[in-house]
Design a protein around this ligand. Structure first.
Ligand code: PLP
Length: 860
């Protein structure tokens, strides 16, 4: 019989053990080995049985065991030390406290978070990154308050049917059985966040707090009594269906999230955030809510509130794959916002694809994200470029390079992903890299013996774990003991091990490696230089195509001749990911370039001393240097996808056979692969400092959070004088803009141009009623191609020379002719105001009527 309701009864700990609860309730344990050691000591056998989940440990540990521990002086001393250490970690000043000017607090919104396998509230890279972001903020003392949703069913756990088809199970989650506490008013009643829905309905939510080190994480949960069933189901699972369900989730995250933060700050006295960071577009409604607040509470107009909101908002876009971007029918969104028709129109306009090629019937969350954030970034340099291209329509009239979307390359949290053995080796051999984050080059001078020994330990650990998981999976699929005896010899702890683990959207090309099965067979079964491959990955539950790919690869791994050399491990999650990135020698990645925005699993592998074998996409495009692994040549430009796959697969096979395995098996007299170890050390020495999330976090603080806080303060000061002034100025500029015109251009010095000379430019501009202070007039110049398009042009701001008659102003400047060859220039007028982040900020530009860019013959 099935229970109709389930809940978790919390253990009451004996008084001397109370601090255990404190330790469990702070998720710092998920990356703190000493705390995990302490939990293990509570009951080593049970610790294993509960898969290292401390909440379950405390829930299931026998009371006589607890009674014994409560009298164990050594254990109690250890407990006290560990709790003291946590205290110190939570209160001592850290990196952020040593710098000035940063925001008092930053609100960070994400639809998913990967903090630990024990909280399956993530589906892939976006969530893992968000988890690493919080942990790193905590380590560096960056005052982030995180906001998300608490899904009553975790992301699905994956198993296989007997014929290799992905099966999904959604484990129910009971918040009382998790390291969460309810946000309560001072009188003890649980806080309620309420959203008004059409027809007088309300969407109510309670707020759970997970403590991630120093970072409070607020999780909204709509499973409360006040809601009808459909409202209760809003937070039932990650990325709920389409349409209404998904929209309500995102409204709860964005709008409810802001309200949850306000409640949290009011109750705890935590400083209010000056900066709001939205991790992908899902939480974009947070800007709409902040505009609403300012209109209602400060009496600002929509435009003034928009300026105040936008100045302090950071938006990170995470994918160039259109399916990864949320788009809702415009009418659907319209139905959920009430108020005057004009107000609803303003909101709908924020997400409108009103640019060439856009779809007028949709509301695009990423587009809203960009309109509501003054600072926007992609997650690798290549992804920044791709995003400028992709979203360029929002800044029509500007060259792609000027589209104001920057990039901060992702990083990974070492404490979470780096094997303890490697961290300990680093602490012993090159302590500077752990203490100060410096001295990575010293890694090269260290003997390779110990590193190689540890690599062997980690590989073996992966092999044993893989066998355990294979056995479990086969048992689940109905295989008998006799049928699974081969698993005892599956994989070999001494064989070159390649890892491939990721979600399974088609662009990641799970099955590229099997495109020539015979060739792959030969590689795996090579007698002198055998190779083994460990594969894992989940397909989105609605993605039949992805499931077919999984089935295809599973079937290949089950062929009797190769099954000891290639395995598919079900249920890729953080726990399996940790085994894999730590145990593999090579991390393989073959996405369709440039669709992988960044990719982070390869960074995790690199920090553990693996070498990457990857298409030059995402982070690898930026940091592959010829010595730190291998780049699979990609046939980007090629039209036919099949042909492209074929070429890239052939290149992959060749690299593995002729380079990767040759280097791995090239051993010296002592049995060490010298060249391989040099590459590993080079990888750690050069990539180490770059791929760490602490580098990423410092970039966010310095390049985005701190400038955003400054912009925000300039808007807010003096009762929002800055926001009022900027909104009025923008209104005036927008109104006048159609009348702004470049009327006349002349130049001197183009008659006999040579390198080193200057070209004098004189321009007359009709300012359309604006003043010279409102605009910048620029010459744009440089190399031109055959169609007179300027390539990577330079910009020179021209100087106001003298007013000409009736509102016209003359500008002059000297363009340096600093290179030979075809040269051209043009002129443009753009709005200029100290509060704009750049020339393209407003998306307005006035260009001369006919392209006057004159091209000279060759300059000599
Ligand atoms: C790191 C990680 C990811 C993201 O890795 P990609 O390289 O972006 O695919 C996804 N899932 C898990 C479990 C991870 O650990």
């Amino acid at each position: 019989m099935k229970a109709i309701r389930r809940f978790t009864v919390r253990t009451v700990l004996p008084e001397p053990l109370r601090q255990l609860e404190e330790l469990v309730l702070n998720l710092r344990w998920s990356w703190h080995h000493e705390t995990l050691d302490l939990f293990r000591a509570v009951d080593p056998a049970l610790w294993k049985a509960v898969h290292h989940d401390p909440v379950r440990l405390l829930g299931e540990v026998a009371s006589d065991r607890l009674a014994r521990l409560a009298k164990d002086r050594r254990f109690l001393r250890r407990l006290r030390d560990t709790a003291d250490d946590l205290h110190e970690y939570l209160t001592a000043p850290r990196w952020y406290q040593s710098r000035a000017g940063g925001p008092s607090a930053i609100a960070y919104f994400s639809p998913e978070y990967g903090i630990t396998a024990a909280l399956p509230q993530y589906s892939g890279g976006l969530g893992i990154l968000a988890g690493d972001h919080l942990k790193t903020a905590s380590d560096l003392g960056v005052p982030i308050i995180a906001v998300g949703l608490l899904y009553r069913h975790g992301y699905f756990s994956q198993s296989l049917s007997p014929d290799g088809w992905q099966l999904e199970r959604y484990p129910p989650i009971d918040p009382n059985g998790l390291p969460l506490v309810l946000l309560r008013e001072r009188d003890g009643s649980p806080v309620r966040v309420v959203l008004d829905l059409p027809k007088g309905r309300g969407l109510h939510a309670q707020v759970w707090i997970a403590q991630v080190g120093r970072v409070p994480q607020l999780l909204l949960d709509s499973d409360v009594e006040e809601n009808d069933q459909s409202a209760r189901d809003v937070t039932d699972r990650l990325y709920g269906g389409g349409g209404d369900h998904r929209l309500l989730q995102e409204m709860l995250l964005g709008i409810g999230g802001v309200r949850a933060i306000r409640a949290y700050c009011r109750i705890t006295g935590h400083p209010e955030p000056e900066v709001f960071h939205t991790n992908e577009g899902h939480a974009g409604f947070l800007g709409v809510e902040r505009i609403r607040e300012l209109v209602a509470e400060e009496g600002l107009t929509f435009d003034e509130a928009l300026e105040a909101t936008r100045a302090g908002t950071v938006f990170t876009t995470h994918t160039p794959v259109p399916a990864g971007i949320d788009r809702f029918p415009r009418d659907l969104v319209g139905r959920y916002f009430d108020g005057s028709a004009e107000k609803v129109e303003r909101i709908l306009a924020l997400g409108a694809e009103d640019y060439p090629g856009g779809d007028r019937t949709v509301f695009n969350m990423a587009v809203m994200g960009m309109r509501l954030a003054q600072r926007v970034n992609g997650v690798s340099e290549l992804h920044g470029r791709v995003s400028r291209e992709m979203f360029g329509g929002l800044w029509g009239g500007f060259d792609t390079a000027e589209v104001p979307v920057g990039s901060i390359t992702n990083g990974v949290h070492a404490g979470t992903w780096v094997a303890r053995e490697i961290l300990e080796l680093a602490a012993r051999e090159v302590p500077s890299i752990l203490e100060s984050g410096k001295g990575w080059e010293e890694v090269r001078a260290r003997p390779g013996t110990e590193l190689w020994r540890i690599r062997g330990v980690l590989r073996r650990r992966l092999v044993l774990e893989a066998r355990r998981r294979l056995r479990e999976s086969w048992r689940q699929r109905g295989a008998s003991e006799a049928e699974t005896s081969w698993i005892d010899h599956a994989l070999d702890p001494d064989v070159l091990t390649i890892g491939f683990a990721r979600r399974v959207p088609s662009y990641k090309r799970l099955t590229l490696m099997t495109s020539d099965p015979d060739r792959l067979r030969a590689i795996l079964l090579n007698e002198e230089r055998p190779v083994q491959i460990v594969i894992a990955g989940k397909a989105h539950p609605a993605d039949e195509g992805g499931k077919r790919l999984i089935q295809e690869i599973v079937r290949f791994t089950e062929s009797e001749d190769v099954r000891h050399r290639i395995v598919f491990l079900p249920d890729y999650d953080m726990a399996l990911g940790q085994f894999m990135v730590q145990g593999c020698d090579v991390w393989m990645n073959n996405p369709l370039r440039p669709l992988e925005a960044c990719g982070t699993s390869g960074m995790k592998a690199a920090l553990n001393g693996a070498l990457n074998l990857s298409i030059r996409d995402g982070w690898w495009d930026e940091w592959y240097d010829g010595q730190n692994g291998w780049a699979i040549p990609s046939a980007d430009g090629l039209a036919a996808p099949d042909r492209r796959d074929e070429l890239e697969a052939a290149a992959l096979y060749e690299l593995i056979e002729d380079h990767v395995s040759v280097t791995f098996y090239d051993r010296d007299a002592a049995g060490l692969p010298r060249r391989w170890l040099e590459m590993v050390k080079h990888t750690i020495a050069t990539l180490g400092p770059k791929v760490l999330a602490s580098r990423m976090m410092r970039d966010y603080v310095e390049d985005l959070y701190t400038p955003a806080a400054a912009s925000e303060r300039a808007m807010v000061a003096d009762q929002f004088a800055g926001a009022r002034e900027l909104a009025a100025w923008k209104r005036r500029v927008r109104k006048a803009w159609p009348d702004v015109a470049v009327e006349h251009i002349e130049s001197n010095g183009a008659e006999s141009p040579q390198v080193g000379a200057h070209l004098s430019v004189r321009v007359v501009v009709d300012l359309g009623g604006l003043t010279p202070n409102d605009v910048a007039v620029e010459a744009v110049y440089g190399r031109v191609d055959d169609s007179d398009a300027l390539i990577d042009p330079a910009y020179l701001q021209l100087e106001e020379d003298e007013p000409a008659e009736n509102g016209r102003v003359r500008y002059i400047g000297e363009l340096p002719l600093n290179r030979s060859g075809a040269f051209g220039y043009s002129v443009r007028v753009v709005p200029g105001h100290p509060m704009l982040t750049g020339r393209a900020d407003m998306g307005l530009v006035s260009l001369p009527p006919a392209p006057p860019g004159m091209t000279n013959g060759d300059l000599r």
